[in-house]
Design a protein around this ligand. Structure first.
Ligand code: 4AZ
Length: 246
């Protein structure tokens, strides 16, 4: 999180850490006592291979990165069939934990919007996570960070990304994405390690942190999965993977 402030998990009890080989690598948000909403790209290694579920843990109920709270094994994870690792379209996935977590003041469920529900352009939005606090390093935060941002006009955001020069661009956004940050100002954004975590409007995950060009840049807001484009898929997937055999 760029430009954020220290906060505590009690303010965002649905927020979880996804650990790969014992190290926090992504964020996520609890949908139910057994299901976590996160990003599809969190499940691929640097060679583009899927990471085995046995290497993953979900840590809930803690403000501190990699400490306290409690962890759960991952039974399986479901990557959206439309995920494209080059365009980053449909960068959304659901984790099915091997056992359920206990709800309390530090562990709770996030809300998701109805399918097709749009985010009001004036609503205050919040990024949360343990990711980098500086664009130029990949040092995570040991304490949970939050930062307030705004939805950025999609046409403007898409044009800016389309005009990114080679070799990084052009980058073509899809209608399944929401931009959020401080357009023209910068300094408030998600960053490496925040991926998979929610972009919040109150207790509703309107986005899933996905990617961006750098972090906190004035012309390049963070890009998030538009959750309302996937609400029906989320609900159907949670229902399908609901039981003891998953
Ligand atoms: C990343 O590398 C990443 N500024 C996540 C979010 C953003 C950039 C990069 C948005 O996971």
């Amino acid at each position: 999180i760029i430009g954020g402030s220290n906060t505590v998990i009690e303010n965002y009890p649905f927020l979880v850490q996804l650990e790969r080989d014992g190290t926090q690598s992504c964020g996520g948000a609890l949908l139910t006592r057994r299901h976590v909403l996160t990003a599809a790209h969190c499940f691929f290694d640097n060679n583009g291979n899927r990471v085995a579920a046995s290497r993953l843990r979900v840590r809930v109920g803690t403000t501190r990165r990699g400490r306290d709270g409690s962890t759960r094994r991952v039974s399986t994870y479901v990557i959206h069939s439309g995920y494209n690792n080059r365009t980053m379209d449909s960068d959304i996935a659901i984790i099915v934990m091997a056992s359920s977590v206990t709800l309390g003041s530090r562990v709770g469920r996030v809300r998701i919007p109805l399918q097709g529900q749009t985010v009001p352009s004036t609503a205050p939005l919040v990024y949360v996570g343990w990711g980098s606090i500086v664009e130029t390093n990949s040092v995570p935060s040991s304490v949970l960070q939050m930062v307030q941002v705004q939805k950025v006009n999609f046409t403007v955001c898409a044009e800016n990304y389309r005009n990114v020069p080679a070799p990084n661009g052009p980058i073509y956004l899809t209608s399944n994405m929401i931009c959020a940050g401080r357009l023209g100002v910068g300094g408030a954004d998600a960053c490496q390690g925040d991926s998979g975590g929610p972009l919040l409007q109150g207790n509703t995950a309107v986005g899933v942190v996905s990617f961006g060009l750098g972090c906190g840049r004035a012309q390049y807001p963070g890009i998030n999965v538009r959750v309302s484009a996937f609400s029906n898929w989320i609900n159907a997937t949670v229902t399908q993977f609901n039981g003891s055999s998953a």
